[in-house]
Design a protein around this ligand. Structure first.
Ligand SMILES: [Mg+2]
Length: 317
């Protein structure tokens, strides 16, 4: 197996350092020692017709490390206010809202930062300016990866969660209609999905954050799918490493797979993600898709006393 390029090692060192202080950021194997942790073993996707995938951290590793860019940037912005709070306290505050909004459009995390600045008596910048600052810092981390892919200097699979492509192919073979949704700006999402050569799997479409951020969200997409003729909640299967996609699919009675990727290797479960994904009701937890055959078997075994069809709630954009 080819080694990871240098920038991965550099990133991993920084990541290990930043996470060492937080007891929550520890990878582990699945609790029962198996590769697929079943929180709700009765949950079956046998009736699934639609699949919703999150992008960053769930399929793509291009933006791996985004949280280690966003959190320190926000902690710095709050520390400048000199409220007397310790850096560790500020980090906890920031991590809480960053996680809660993970999967939503990035601007919502910046709006939350502005609110925290205001709450401490400061005058926040326009959230759009915070977002620009964040994207500039993030670009320094991801630039070499994007350029490596653009130049064709590596296989697209280098920046995919292990096992993702065979899983996507298997889901496609089953005739499922597939959707890709991300809180990352749509122009970036479309380019990065293209570079990873996965756009072709998503016949349902590739959806990212728009300038008019109120006009699209994962919730709106889920409701659009449910508004299709004769569609009910348990016909939807969702995969994601973030709060929002899991919560939105769970909310309508769909089946959810929490992909607790410990990026970039993704060989063991990231305990920090796992705890949070379980907290929002994930039915299954996996560290990657390497055991896609067992995963397909688990997910699509015939439903017995599994989740029953439910009538979707009315659409409220
Ligand atoms: Mg994600």
């Amino acid at each position: 197996m080819q080694g990871r390029p240098d920038h991965w090692s550099r990133f991993e060192a920084a990541r290990a350092e930043s996470r060492a202080e937080s007891p929550l950021h520890k990878p582990s194997t699945c609790q029962n020692g198996s590769l697929i942790e079943s929180l709700h073993p009765e949950a079956s996707a046998a009736r699934a017709r639609f699949v919703l995938f999150d992008f960053d951290g769930s399929l793509s590793l291009i933006r791996t490390g985004w949280m280690q860019v966003m959190v320190p940037m926000m902690v710095d912005a709050l520390a400048e206010l000199k409220t007397g709070e310790q850096e560790e306290e500020l980090r906890r505050v920031v991590e809480e809202f960053v996680w809660r909004l993970t999967g939503e459009e990035t601007i919502y995390q910046m709006i939350a930062l502005a609110a925290e600045v205001r709450r401490r008596g400061g005058t926040p910048l326009d959230p759009l300016l915070y977002k620009q600052r964040y994207l500039k810092l993030l670009w320094q981390v991801i630039r070499s990866r994007v350029e490596e892919l653009r130049r064709g200097h590596c296989s697209p699979d280098r920046y995919l969660v292990p096992g993702a492509r065979p899983l996507l192919e298997k889901l496609k073979e089953r005739g499922l209609s597939m959707y890709l949704a991300s809180g990352t700006d749509e122009a970036f999402l479309k380019e990065e999905a293209g570079l990873l050569d996965i756009t072709r799997y998503f016949d349902g479409g590739v959806y990212g954050a728009l300038d008019d951020y109120k006009s699209f969200s994962k919730r709106i997409l889920v409701q659009r799918i449910l508004a299709l003729p004769c569609v009910v909640g348990d016909q939807l299967l969702g995969f994601g490493d973030g709060y929002v996609e899991i919560e939105e699919v769970e909310r309508v009675g769909g089946i959810t797979v929490g992909v607790a990727t410990n990026e970039p290797e993704c060989l063991v479960v990231d305990e920090w993600k796992r705890q949070r994904l379980i907290g929002v009701g994930a039915d299954y937890i996996i560290p990657n898709y390497l055991h896609h055959e067992a995963l397909i078997e688990t997910l699509f075994r015939p439903a017995d006393d599994g989740k029953t069809s439910s009538v979707p709630p009315p659409f409220q954009p």
